[in-house]
Design a protein around this ligand. Structure first.
Ligand code: PLP
Length: 420
């Protein structure tokens, strides 16, 4: 991630007041199993600040109407709010043009759209799509599908034991046959922050397009698609403090212009006859049907929230909590952290010797601590580490050292039960 080195002057000092920030999240003020809720499952989905919930409520209470079609006041307000969210996201990602911001259902839909609309008409037998061992199923299966449809080959770049991408092997796998390089900006199961700029450059030298899966990156540090130089970037709203069923596909205008529509229907057309239809301009060509208006408005509010806090400040806070969590887990006997790359986002995957991750998750839940246990939609990665699953604590901007202490207390509880 393109983390700036220092914090801006107004964010330095005490600006990142985590207790004040926590107060913005009504859901955090509850007890679970008699303990204060400690939410450490942010890699799966993040909680929503009051202003996101309010923005959605306000839209339904006072502005609800369909967008782009009506001439009445409500439709105009709904359209302005929906399109305003697009402008907010454009600024957030530093895209050159609002036409490059396509609203989709989530990172998953964004990746499928690229595979079907851009790659499918272009790939041929002998072409290659290059991914890595650490990809989420959402950045594996869409490429498998399109390879099956076109006769192209899926290639996989290996990783080191630390969870870092093997850049030498990666570079050797990129050739004139490579048409697409698709890599996670941040790994959901390891936390590794990949050297995205270098990956993009390597892809471009070979004439391939570079796709970055930003599902685990966009909420945790600054993302500048122009500085990264990528051709496509996807993110999920619900992992960025926004609502579910909403996501963003950034695509360079030139590539989006050349891509086929993804779905047909209302709004994505310019003209329709039974003989032939023509397509609307960007980004509407890819937004068939009534869109998720409330979702876009909620995402816009979430992006404003993160921007006000400052992405550098969020990254610095989470890095500090991650370092503390890593130290505390390292102190515990019988715990192995999976994913120890020096450049890591706030994700801690671990296995407890002799205990199934599902049991770890269930026991720490008794302490009010929500973590995830499973394969994290990364089965090939689990196979790479020869584990069926891991436990995963994943951080957000509202997590604290006290949350980490609660997790460690829960893990002591696990050991007490299994050491008996
Ligand atoms: N990519 C990564 C790295 C993820 O972690 C996830 C979700 O966990 C996805 C893609 C898919 O996101 P969504 O299910 O929100 O579409």
């Amino acid at each position: 991630m393109t983390h700036a080195q220092g914090l801006s002057p107004q964010l330095a000092g005490n600006m990142f007041d985590v207790e004040r920030i926590r107060a913005e999240f009504p859901i955090l003020a509850q007890t679970v199993n008699g303990r204060p809720l400690v939410y450490l499952d942010n890699g799966a989905t993040s909680q929503k600040p009051r202003r996101v919930i309010e923005a959605i409520r306000r839209y339904y209470e006072s502005d609800n109407a369909n967008v782009h079609r009506g001439l009445h006041a409500l439709s105009e307000r709904a359209t302005n709010a929906y399109e305003g969210a697009r402008d907010t996201v454009r600024t957030f990602l530093n895209a050159a043009d609002r036409r490059e911001i396509v609203f989709v259902r989530g990172a998953t839909e964004g990746l499928n759209l690229i595979a079907q609309s851009w790659a499918r008409p272009r790939l041929q037998p002998g072409d290659e799509v290059l991914i890595t061992t650490m990809e989420h199923h959402s950045n594996i299966v869409p490429w498998q599908l399109v390879c099956r449809q076109t006769g192209a080959q899926l290639r996989v770049a290996p990783i080191h034991d630390s969870g870092e991408l093997d850049m030498e092997a990666f570079a050797n796998l990129v050739s004139e046959r490579t048409r697409v390089v698709a890599v996670a900006h941040v790994s959901n199961a390891l936390g590794t922050i990949n050297p995205a700029r270098q990956i993009v450059e390597t892809a471009h030298i070979a004439g391939a397009i570079a796709v970055l899966d930003g599902a685990q990156a966009a909420a945790h540090g600054p993302v500048d698609v122009r500085a990264l130089g990528c051709d496509f970037y996807v993110l999920s709203s619900h992992k960025c403090y926004g609502p579910t069923g909403m996501g963003v596909l950034y695509g360079r205008a030139e590539l989006l212009e050349a891509a086929e529509p993804y779905q047909g229907g209302g709004d994505m057309i310019r003209t329709v006859s039974f003989e032939e239809s023509t397509w609307n301009e960007l980004p509407y060509k890819f937004e068939a049907g009534t869109p998720n208006i409330a979702g876009a408005i909620g995402l816009g509010a979430a992006v404003e929230f993160m921007t006000e806090l400052g992405m550098d400040a969020i990254a610095a806070h989470e890095r500090e909590v991650l370092e503390y969590a890593t130290e505390r887990l390292d102190e515990l006997d019988g715990i192995r952290i999976i994913g120890t790359a020096p450049e890591k986002a706030g994700i801690l995957s671990f296995v407890v010797e002799g205990v199934h991750p599902h049991d770890v998750g269930t026991i720490v839940d008794q302490h009010g601590v929500a973590i995830r246990a499973g394969h994290h939609c990364a089965m090939p990665l689990m196979r790479r580490y020869r584990v069926p699953a891991t436990s995963r604590a994943s951080l957000a901007l509202y997590n604290t050292r006290a949350d980490v202490d609660a997790l460690v207390e829960g893990l002591h509880g696990v050991k007490e039960i299994f050491d008996r």
